[in-house]
Design a protein around this ligand. Structure first.
Ligand SMILES: Cc1cc2nc3c(=O)[nH]c(=O)nc-3n(C[C@H](O)[C@H](O)[C@H](O)COP(=O)(O)OP(=O)(O)OC[C@H]3O[C@@H](n4cnc5c(N)ncnc54)[C@H](O)[C@@H]3O)c2cc1C
Length: 551
């Protein structure tokens, strides 16, 4: 291994580190797992990435030590996605440039902070609406690799909808762009020699031979970052392999540049927010379904547990935001950003009549200042979840389950049953429109009993999500823990295809192994951390981390 590191130090323009402080930092991400790497590489460009891949590939072929290669953005993944034992390839140090911003598009390197790009886009009146809550601290590359999503996804879709093309480095070191191809272009690609041509030939065969499995054997949710998205490759007579790379967590190739589609930023004065308060989960569920049909730009949910938690820890945050003195079972925040006044007015009118049927109270907020105040109801999760003193921490272990939208009430009720069964303190918030709920139980990872309980809770939870026809990951991807449940969610036929896809792209299993595909539960258990704190997240201090992430 040392021989390979030495060779890389001499051949790449970037840096390589085996310093203990670096190995220690790169051994964790925003989740509950820990895996110590052997070296960190900081490439200067796609050629450097290609050199790293070729050097390690040759070492494998010569029968030397197997060294895994794992991409990393800013390490905010909540499931261990950027952790591994071999070489971590860090894209933030050098490959963080915004290469071009044009009318309706931006071209960036993967290590660019998402928030930085949004800031630059804002100057031109544009943005990318699929941004995650971690927008200020995550990279574009990480968001593409995870197919990240957020509160605007209910109307605007997830990251994959905004990727026009990606430059990748394949497992043999080939640097190429992936984008939508017509039939003629596809044939040309299939005739290429080497790994690139083989990938096109084999992927085309999979798509043709398994059409039925690909389009039926997956959870029918409105938001999905789990699995390899085979169902997005062939559309409208176009064949687009970038779609299977989006959300593949660096298990198929490295992403070294991205061309993104951007859209005009809505005028904040032409955005309205309807906040509604419910006594029962069922009533809120019915309202959410009807509101969803009006195509809101956000439809978010907060439960009574979160409100009680905030009231206990930071009562000043919710001052004046809850009408009367009763604590609602559920609060929904429904936003409309339609820029034509009459359309937005009409939607607000219809939305009001929906909530009048189900809610005990509702209010429309019309100005950016009023709206910002009301959004505190939803954003308060970030302010309290990580601040509660003591050894019990809010753990991201079941934080992204997503079910078909009409199952939202059942999802919440069955989650409550699991928390009762294990006597866990828990709060629920998230994306009601897509029935993608965030929940992080408070547990103490230094206690053997909680460590044992953790896997019982996750097992009950993911089986329940499956039972409701859902997916383990609406936006946070499979990483380690959720990968274990991926075969359950997709079934054996699709899982076989996923195995084939991995083998086609990465025949030596060199790229981010033990993620997404073929993940063994014992491997997951072995890598559970003994403590979990947010301080280590993205090398930020606790205050900064909290203030930068709207959760
Ligand atoms: C508090 C908090 C809130 C969050 N909120 C959201 C949310 O609202 N929505 C959401 O979707 N996610 C959310 N996340 C999860 C995470 O922030 C996002 O998935 C984010 O996009 C990851 O970006 P990153 O730069 O940190 O990537 P990393 O964590 O570094 O990597 C993520 C994955 O992408 C791979 N990868 C990174 N760069 C490349 C590359 N160049 N080529 C190939 N593969 C690559 C890594 O190997 C890894 O598997 C949240 C996380 C936290 C801690």
């Amino acid at each position: 291994m040392k021989h390979v590191f030495k060779q890389l130090q001499q051949t790449i323009a970037g840096d390589l580190s085996v310093e203990d402080t670096d190995l220690d930092y790169y051994s964790t991400d925003g989740g509950v797992f820990e895996i110590t790497p052997s070296a960190i590489v900081f490439p200067k460009d796609a050629n450097d990435v290609s050199t790293v891949v070729k050097t390690v590939d040759i070492a494998h072929q010569n029968g030397n030590d197997r060294i895994s290669l794992t991409a990393r953005g800013n390490g905010t993944d909540q499931g261990g996605g950027p952790l591994n034992t071999g070489i971590i390839v860090d894209f933030m140090r050098y490959m963080d440039q915004i290469l071009e911003i044009g009318d309706g598009y931006a071209v960036v390197q993967p290590g660019c902070l998402y928030g930085r790009l949004q800031k630059e886009l804002k100057k031109t009146g544009q943005y990318i609406p699929s941004y995650p809550a971690s927008v200020e601290v995550c990279t574009i590359g990480g968001a593409v690799a995870n197919n990240s999503a957020g509160e605007k996804t209910v109307k605007y879709g997830a990251t994959r909808k905004y990727v026009e093309a990606i430059q990748v480095v394949l497992a043999d070191g080939t640097v190429t762009w992936l984008h939508a191809l017509d039939n003629h272009e596809l044939k040309e690609k299939m005739n290429l020699p080497g790994l690139e041509g083989k990938i096109y030939r084999d992927m085309e065969k999979i798509i043709t031979d398994h059409h039925k499995t690909i389009h039926t054997d997956h959870p029918h949710v409105t938001k999905e970052s789990s699995g390899y998205a085979l169902w997005h490759i062939a559309n409208h007579n176009q064949f687009n392999l970038s779609q299977v790379v989006i959300g593949s967590q660096g298990t198929l190739c490295f992403v070294t540049a991205i061309r993104l589609r951007t859209i005009p930023t809505p005028d904040p004065n032409k955005v309205d927010l309807l906040v509604s308060f419910y006594d029962s989960i069922e009533q809120a569920g019915l309202a959410a379904q009807d509101l969803h049909r009006l195509e809101p730009s956000a439809l978010e949910i907060v439960d009574s547990n979160l409100i009680n938690l905030v009231n206990r820890e930071k009562p000043e945050l919710l001052k004046g935001l809850i009408p009367g003195d009763r604590i609602p079972a559920i609060v929904l925040l429904c936003e409309f950003d339609d820029q034509t006044d009459s359309i937005r007015e009409n939607k607000i009118k219809k939305a009001r009549s929906i909530v009048d049927t189900y809610a005990y109270e509702s209010e429309v907020k019309r100005t950016p200042a009023e709206e910002a105040e009301a959004w505190k109801l939803r954003r308060s999760a970030a302010a309290v979840m990580w601040t509660i003193p003591g050894n019990k921490k809010a753990l991201p272990i079941i934080e992204d389950g997503t079910v078909p939208p009409h199952k939202l009430p059942e999802f919440i009720k069955r989650a409550y049953e699991i928390f009762d069964k294990y006597d866990l303190e828990i709060a629920i918030w998230g994306h009601a429109g897509d029935a993608d709920l965030h929940m992080q139980p408070f547990m103490d990872l230094s206690k053997a009993s909680d460590r044992k309980k953790l896997f019982q809770v996750t097992d009950d939870f993911y089986n329940m999500v499956h039972d409701l026809g859902g997916t383990a990951a609406g936006e946070h991807n499979d990483s380690l823990m959720r990968a274990v449940y991926q075969p359950l969610m997709f079934g054996p036929a699709m899982e076989k295809l996923f195995d084939e896809v991995k083998h086609i792209w990465d025949p030596e299993n060199m790229l981010n192994p033990h993620k997404k595909i073929g993940v063994d539960f014992n491997y997951v258990k072995r890598h559970l951390r003994h403590e979990y704190t947010i301080e280590s997240l993205a090398r930020m201090d606790r205050e900064k981390a909290r203030s930068k992430i709207d959760r």
